[in-house]
Design a protein around this ligand. Structure first.
Ligand code: PMP
Length: 352
């Protein structure tokens, strides 16, 4: 019997629907839906640039951060070039590489779930055009510190563009978090990628942006689809920028829930490292297969990487409590050294 999904915790989405002010802005934009949006999203680019306190010439806005990443690859990669990144990472990177005919060179994560920066550097050669760093990392939630990032950037050869994916940066509270925008002047080959999909809760609307040197940004913008950012999305983003304080409080509540859930699961015996994203990473050799089955049986949709781990998005308090209850049986059983609990398998765990 299929178990209904009660809690969607598989895609690192925000648990909060759009704010009333954002909905109102979207409603107003819908009334104008017979009109084209701007050919290129110049107004939105200016707003985002002002909000980030950088000149507009440093910002490229696109269809989600994944859209901006593809624009960058189109701009700098020739068929047969290589793209280097840690694995695991965000699933789109291998797809984007194949879309532009790049060879993917992957470097395993270190056992504690961090991107192995020396090994990534060692993987760069004369055919490498792009190296991707994800900070904080998806799916493990690990952090590259400012010191390590600065050292890495110093060692990257100038023919390699660094795509620094900061999709989750708003959830990072660690003082060692790099100030990536402060590094742009010294590193013209750096593009910092951000999104309104995660902390700002607008995943359906597909708005992301890259910040980099004016030269690199100009090349990225040349790959922009005309009329590619729709008016409803632009209106929602502009309204979100006006509601920064309210959204910041939402982010605070997600990070507080992240810490609460982590403490609870650690108490149950799960060995979960600190996370700097809106998700927790439950890793083998903890009993992740049984954990995935228990979550599915409880109607919790999580992201299961068979044999590797579970990425569990931090949800509402109710969803997180459902997670704790589902995983309690597995954790208790493991701590007592007994066999894993037997729970019904269902299709509730997303594997895509
Ligand atoms: N980067 C990372 C690391 C992600 O996890 C995701 C989404 N899961 C994205 C980028 C894509 O975000 P967007 O919705 O902005 O395309």
């Amino acid at each position: 019997m299929d178990i209904p999904v009660l809690h969607r915790l598989a895609l690192n989405e925000s648990p909060f629907p759009p704010l009333p002010s954002v909905r109102e802005a979207m409603r107003a934009a819908v009334a104008e839906a017979h009109r084209y949006p701007q050919f290129h999203p110049d107004d939105l680019t200016e707003r985002i640039a002002a909000w980030c306190r950088v000149p507009p010439a440093r910002v490229a806005v696109g269809s989600g951060s994944v859209g901006v990443a593809l624009q960058l690859l189109h701009a700098v990669v020739e068929r047969g070039d290589s793209m280097v990144y840690a694995w695991r990472t965000f699933d789109a990177y291998p797809l984007l590489a194949s879309m532009v005919g790049a060879r993917s060179i992957t470097v395993p994560l270190s056992p504690d779930g961090r991107q192995d920066l020396p090994a990534l550097l060692a993987a760069l050669d004369h055919r490498t055009r792009v190296v991707v760093l994800c900070n904080p990392h998806n799916p493990t939630g690990s952090l590259i510190t400012a010191d390590d990032l600065v050292d890495f950037l110093r060692r990257v050869p100038p023919h390699v563009t660094v795509l620094l994916d900061e999709a989750y940066v708003e959830f990072a509270r660690d003082t060692r978090l790099p100030d990536a925008l402060a590094l742009l002047d010294a590193h013209p080959g750096l593009l910092v990628l951000r999104t309104f999909s995660k902390a700002y809760g607008l995943a359906a609307l597909r708005v992301g942006y890259g910040i980099g040197s004016p030269d690199l940004v100009a090349r990225v913008r040349r790959q922009q689809l005309p009329f590619g950012v729709n008016s409803v999305a632009s209106a929602a983003v502009e309204a979100s920028l006006r509601a920064g304080d309210e959204l910041e409080r939402r982010v605070e509540s997600v990070t507080a829930e992240r810490e609460r859930l982590r403490r609870q699961l650690v108490t149950l015996g799960w060995r979960i490292r600190p996370s700097h994203t809106n998700s927790l990473w439950l890793a083998a050799p903890d009993p992740v297969e049984d954990g995935a089955a228990a979550l599915a049986a409880a109607g919790v949709q999580a992201r299961h990487y068979p044999g590797e781990g579970i990425r569990l998005t931090v949800g509402s308090r109710e969803a997180n409590d459902a997670v704790r209850t589902a995983l309690a049986a597995v954790g208790r059983d493991r701590m007592s050294g007994g066999d894993a609990v037997s729970v019904a398998r269902s299709g509730g765990v997303v594997r895509a």
